[in-house]
Structure formats: C-alpha cells, structure tokens
Design a protein around this ligand. Structure first.
Ligand code: NAI
Ligand code: MG
Length: 497
C-alpha cells in the first residue's frame, strides 16, 4: 500500500496517480464500457486535468442495473444478515488500510484539504462499521390480535437502489448510502459526480475485496444527463437516493414519479447559526468559523448565515473577521485551512453572488475576491468572505452560495433570531450558541430544520439522523433512521385456530 508521502511524490513527478481506477465497476470488475468516450477530471488546486474516466451511457447503466437486479434476486437478498455484517465490517477495515490512497485521491479530485479528506475516509470506514452492527438487528414487531390469530412484521430490502452522488463529499455520501442499503439486503448502482468519480470506484473495488458478491455494488461514471438521468428513469430501479441541487432533485423526483420509484432527496441548505449574547464567545467563534469555511463552504449543511444578537454583533464580527483574515489558502495536499472550490464554473457562481452584492452596496468585512494558490498562482480559489448586516430578503440570506461566504444577520433578541432563522426556503440544519440551556432547547424545538446543533456545529457522526425540511428535501440518512429508506415493512396476519 502506497503511503501518502509516496503518493504525493508520484503526483508531483507525473501529474497523476497510477492507482486510479478506469472503467465502470460492474459485476465485480472494471468493465469495458459500451464505447471509448472519456471525460477529464480536474485537480481544482491546480486548475488542471489529472486523469480521465469513462463517459457512461444508458447502455452502461442498463448493464449495471441488470447486474444489480440479478445479484439481488439470486444472492444478496437471501444472504444471512450475519454474513452481510461480516463483509461490511471487513470493508470498514479495508477502507482504513487504503486510507492514504483514498484521501489523496479525494483531495485531488475535489480540492478539499488533505486533513479533511482523511477525516472523510475515516468517517466512511466508521459508517460501514456502524451499519455492519445493524445487519442482524433489523427486527420486526408482533401485534396482539387475540387468541385466534398471530400477527407480525418483517423488514424486507426494497431491492435495487440507485445512488446519485455529488462532488462535495464523494466518499462520505457514497458510504452513507451504500452501507445502510447493503445492510438492509439491497443492491446498489451508483453514479458519482462527473467532477469526482474516483473514490466511489475505489470503494466498489474495496467492497468486492471484502467479499461482497459480484453485482451487489456497481458504479457507472459519466455526466448527469447521459448517465444519471437514465439511472433514475430505469424501470428496474426500486429506490433513488439523491444528494445535490434543488433543481436536479426536482427533475429526479419528476422522473421517479413515472415509475412510482421511492426517493430520498438531500438537497441544499442555508443553515443559520444563532449566536446569543450569553454564549461562550470562544466556543461560538470556533464553531462559526468551522461551520462555513470547512470544505470552502461547499457543504449542504454549512452554517452559512450567522444570526447574531445585536448587543454583541460588532465585537463578534470584528473578532471573526480577524480570524478569517488569518486563514491560510493553498492546494489541498499542502493542508491549508481553506482549499479551492471544485470547478471554474462553480467559482464563477460564487463570485457572481459577491459581485452583485457589491453593486447593491453590501458591507464586505473580509475577503470578497477570486484568488489563487499563493504558492503557484494557480487553482480556483475564493477568499474566505464575510458580508455583514444583510437584510432577510437579500439573495445572500436566501440562496445557497455553496462557497466560503458567511452572511451576517443582526437580531434584536432571541425571538427575532428565531424569526430570522426560519425565514428561509431551506430547513436542513441550525446551530445555536447560548449558555441558557432551557432557551437552547426551546429554540431547538421551534427552528424548522432536520438537525440542530447546540454549542458545537457538526456535532455527532453516523449515529445522528440527517436530512432536511422544506426545500432541503425529505427522508433521513444516517443513524438507524437511515436504514428505513432501504426497507419495506411487510405485515403478516394469520388465523391459527
Ligand atoms: P447537481 O444536483 O446537478 O449534481 C449532483 C449529482 O446529480 C451529480 O452526480 C450529477 O451528475 C447528477 N445529475 C445531474 N443532472 C442529473 C439528472 N438530470 N438526472 C440524474 N442525475 C443528475 O448539482 P451541481 O450542478 O453539481 O451543483 C449545483 C449546485 O447544487 C451547487 O452550487 C450547490 O448549491 C448545490 N449542491 C448541493 C449539494 C448538497 O450536498 N446538497 C451537493 C452538490 C451541489
Ligand atoms: Mg475533479
């Protein structure tokens, strides 16, 4: 197994990595695609292509779905739960054995700082460990029907599950979909984002090495239009887990409606971090900083709106700006505080928000410009940015920017903070910083979001159910709750007299 140092050296010398997989992963092996068309994947830190991958077609998708269907019917559905558990547990260990390769690949493909990619890969291993433990605990219920009957439920796997994966957390999103689906007895066909195809392919191979039967987990690479769309429209897919934009989520839901295919949609966010005057300032500063600048703000659950009580607003934003100005920028492999954004197109989108805000006379108190890796002059970077005192109806307070841009909204008091927190089309996550625990829990109940953090942002891991309200989507992933999407409850009642 190559160490991170070897991989970094290889990349510096050759501009690519030999260990990167090529082709779709179908039926337990890297398959010949239906034709020779390829796409380039870019290293956002250098704004340069570093590898090619296969551009899939509807034909490739069809082959993958047929493979998953056959594996579901003939093997995986009836594999003993304890056997499924052992395979997932082995996969968890193999992910850690491949930690450096997976993390370096993730950094090159997505741009994220290596320390964050290492965290994501460890998190993926933990996700498989967690769901390995759940395989043989999917118990049903029994219900009292009187002396003449017995009644009980069983949780059956839903069947072939499609996973459409975004570019911001490629291995994390793949793991949080694959692991519960496999634990429940479902088979998988995944379509990673065209910006970040490699770690899903590596993960499929690792699962195969762990003993997963051929066809149980297939991965097809390509664009959303040519590969994602035929996958979500496929008549032999029973369930779709989609993570991405509201616009594409809407398309996927409409497509799914044709076949009455089940969907879980994990879409955008504009999550508030409510900071009240009685908070622990240091705790709140650290929390707010990590909530928006981790992964350069490209997180659906990023804390992108600071909702701060008026009496501490000026001092808090001043302290925050000083910390933001001290953040280091650089290529992800150099382990900076903040890496590049994922693509040239996405950089233009982030910059567009700030250009328009500047024209409206916005108060930009940190950052605000496109920039480069100071070491090389390359890469797709945007300065960590704070825009102060933004009105609730401004696009900066309503729309997902998905970049390192914090919008500040000033609240008169806790009630006003609640009003501002809820005044948004999204409802994914919210943070609350206060030393008044009763008030924290009152707010936690009244904020319309799927997940609330108190006095620490991104608290908890795979154990904590995750998903959105309003335009952030529906359905829950992670936790035991996340298993439900992959199960169909069947009730059985019988006369016994
Ligand atoms: P997107 O929603 O178009 O892409 C996400 C995934 O969907 C990719 O794998 C893509 O290939 C696939 N896809 C695209 N069109 C499809 C179709 N018609 N049928 C099936 N699959 C399809 O998002 P994109 O363009 O990458 O980013 C746009 C914005 O979406 C970002 O600026 C951000 O605001 C938001 N976003 C939110 C994410 C989240 O975690 N909730 C993740 C990525 C993006
Ligand atoms: Mg890439």
């Amino acid at each position: 197994m190559s160490s991170a140092i070897d991989l970094l050296k290889e990349y510096a010398e050759t501009g690519t990595l030999e260990a990167l997989p090529f082709g779709h992963f179908i039926d337990g092996a890297f398959a010949q695609p239906s034709h020779n068309r390829t796409l380039e994947s870019f290293d956002p830190g250098r704004s340069m292509a570093f590898a090619r991958f296969t551009a899939g077609t509807a034909e490739d998708v069809d082959q993958a779905v047929m493979s998953s269907r056959a594996a579901f019917e003939t093997v995986w559905r009836d594999t003993a739960p304890v056997e499924r558990a052992r395979i997932l547990q082995k996969a968890s260990a193999l992910i850690l054995d491949n930690l450096d390769l997976l993390a370096v690949t993730e950094t090159l493909d997505s741009g994220k700082p290596l320390q964050e990619a290492l965290g994501d890969v460890r998190g993926a291993a933990r996700t498989f460990e967690y769901y390995a433990g759940a395989c043989d605990k999917l118990q049903g219920d029994s219900f009292p029907l009187g002396p003449d009957h017995i009644g009980y439920t069983i949780h059956e796997p839903v069947g072939v599950t499609a996973h459409i994966i975004p570019w911001n957390f490629p291995i994390s999103t793949a793991a949080r979909g694959f692991a519960p689906a496999l634990a429940a007895g479902c088979t998988v066909v995944a379509k990673p984002a065209e910006q970040t195809p490699f770690t899903a392919l590596l993960l499929a191979r690792i699962l195969s090495d762990a003993g997963l039967p051929d066809g149980v987990c297939n991965v097809v690479t390509g664009t959303g239009r040519e590969t994602g769309a035929p996958l979500t429209a496929h008549t032999d897919v029973d369930h779709i887990t989609f993570t991405g934009s509201v616009q594409t989520g809407r398309t996927v839901m409409k497509t799914a409606a044709e076949e009455i295919t089940r969907v879980v949609l994990e879409l955008g966010g504009k999550s508030p971090v409510v900071v009240l005057a009685d908070c622990d300032r240091e705790q709140a500063l650290t929390g707010v900083l990590g909530a928006i600048y981790e992964n350069a703000g490209q997180i659906c659950s990023a804390g992108s709106r600071l909702v701060i009580e008026k009496s501490i607003h000026e001092q808090f934003v001043g302290d925050l700006a000083a910390r933001v100005n001290a953040l280091t920028l650089g290529h992800g492999l150099e382990k900076p505080d903040v890496g590049p954004v994922n693509s040239a197109g996405h950089l233009a989108k982030v910059a567009g928000f700030i250009d328009r805000a500047r024209e409206r006379g916005a108060n930009i108190v940190a950052g605000g410009s496109v920039t480069h890796d100071p070491a090389t002059g390359k890469g797709w970077f945007f300065e960590p940015t704070i825009v102060d005192a933004v009105a609730a109806d401004d696009e900066l307070a309503q729309d997902e920017i998905f970049g390192p841009v914090l919008t500040v909204q000033v609240a008169d008091d806790a009630d006003h903070a609640l009003e501002l927190a809820n005044d948004c089309q999204y409802g994914l996550v919210a943070g609350i910083y206060t030393s008044n625990f009763a008030r924290a829990h009152q707010l936690a109940r009244r904020i319309d979001a799927g997940q609330i953090y108190i006095n620490e942002y991104f608290a908890g891991g795979v154990e904590v159910p995750f998903g959105g309200n309003k335009k952030s989507g529906f359905g829950r992933e992670k936790g035991l709750e996340g298993l439900k999407s992959y199960c169909k409850t069947k009730s059985i009642a019988a006369r016994i007299t």
